[in-house]
Design a protein around this ligand. Sequence first.
Ligand SMILES: Cc1cc2nc3c(=O)[nH]c(=O)nc-3n(C[C@H](O)[C@H](O)[C@H](O)COP(=O)(O)OP(=O)(O)OC[C@H]3O[C@@H](n4cnc5c(N)ncnc54)[C@H](O)[C@@H]3O)c2cc1C
Length: 357
Amino acid sequence: MRPETEAELAEMIRAAQAPLAVRGGGTRGQQGAGAVLETAGLSGVRLYEPGALTLVAAAGTPVAEVADLLAAEGQRLAFEVPDLRRVLGREGLSTLGGVVAENASGPRRVQVGACRDFLLGVRFVDGRGGVIRNGGRVMKNVTGYDLVKLMAGSRGSLGVLTEVALKVLPVPEDCATLEIPGLADGQAVAALSAALGSPYEVTGAAHLPGQGTYLRLEGFSESVRYRAGRLAHLLAPFGAVSEVPSPWEAIRDVTAFAGQAGDVWRLSVVPSEAPGLVARLGAEAVIYDWGGGLIWALMAPGEDLRARLGAFRGHATRLRGAAGLAALPPEPAPLAALTRGLRAQFDPRGIFAAATA
Ligand SMILES: Cc1cc2nc3c(=O)[nH]c(=O)nc-3n(C[C@H](O)[C@H](O)[C@H](O)COP(=O)(O)OP(=O)(O)OC[C@H]3O[C@@H](n4cnc5c(N)ncnc54)[C@H](O)[C@@H]3O)c2cc1C
């Protein structure tokens, strides 16, 4: 199914008798059961006001198209959408709706927040075939704020997004990356925490074991130079600090695991606990991002990372691996009750029941 308009989509959902699997660009690599409902026909930028830092586009619009349009005006999506196609072994073009549905957010999240923090408004069709419009085009408009936030990360389980309004940001004048080589994981997370706790507005804080610990600064040139100097001074007790070419695209896209055999997991953890968890993981390789709050782990195929770690503060999602283990972590009971309530409200007939990841 490939609706060309929102009205056509609403009609298809009203007529549906069995679950549908919503697909944007299909780059996530997993597909729930059910008839595929593609959003590619709902495409195109509807409004772009660079002066107001606002963009409204149909949900099936490729992210790359939006990025090109913004770049021509010296602007960008602040939440640094990861391109996981290589690591997931997928082709296709990520869509804006797919990115919002996953709340996809890259290394800059430590400073500016996630995709949901830039979402001004949404339009979507719920499981009854009703069109819901929520939010506005300006950050100040808080009408239905919660519904906008709810759709970010809903993974197609509450409705099909047809349009999203986003706040965009100017591309900064300058960017610098500082590296401290050779730190053990514990020291590295301490260095990242020190940098994130400083007033120097770090926009990237990652550690690649065996390689280096990285910090990013962005902004006006003069300010970046000043802050880089101050940050290097602050971090001097951890080791030699030098400026290096940007590793952020590779960190964002987890390219170190692309083409490597094994399962890929993504853990959301408490940064200070990250080195201890990694020590228990027995992973073949790991990447620390978000100051240690996000760990990407390459595990032996079929290894149940959740069983190995037992209870910990955080959660683990499996991004790549053979069928058998659930991709998403089980929800704690109170959250599961909330999810059930929401789905009963937006999708009483279970049309989006196939949404799994
Ligand atoms: C298990 C998993 C977890 C991921 N987690 C993250 C993450 O935490 N952070 C991150 O940066 N990237 C994450 N990604 C990558 C992210 O999925 C992609 O960057 C982006 O979502 C792909 O867009 P797409 O158009 O190809 O979406 P698809 O791969 O087609 O779909 C992605 C999800 O969004 C839903 N969806 C797609 N379009 C719509 C729509 N219009 N309305 C409603 N739902 C829709 C789908 O049903 C599906 O659940 C993850 C990928 C996987 C496989």
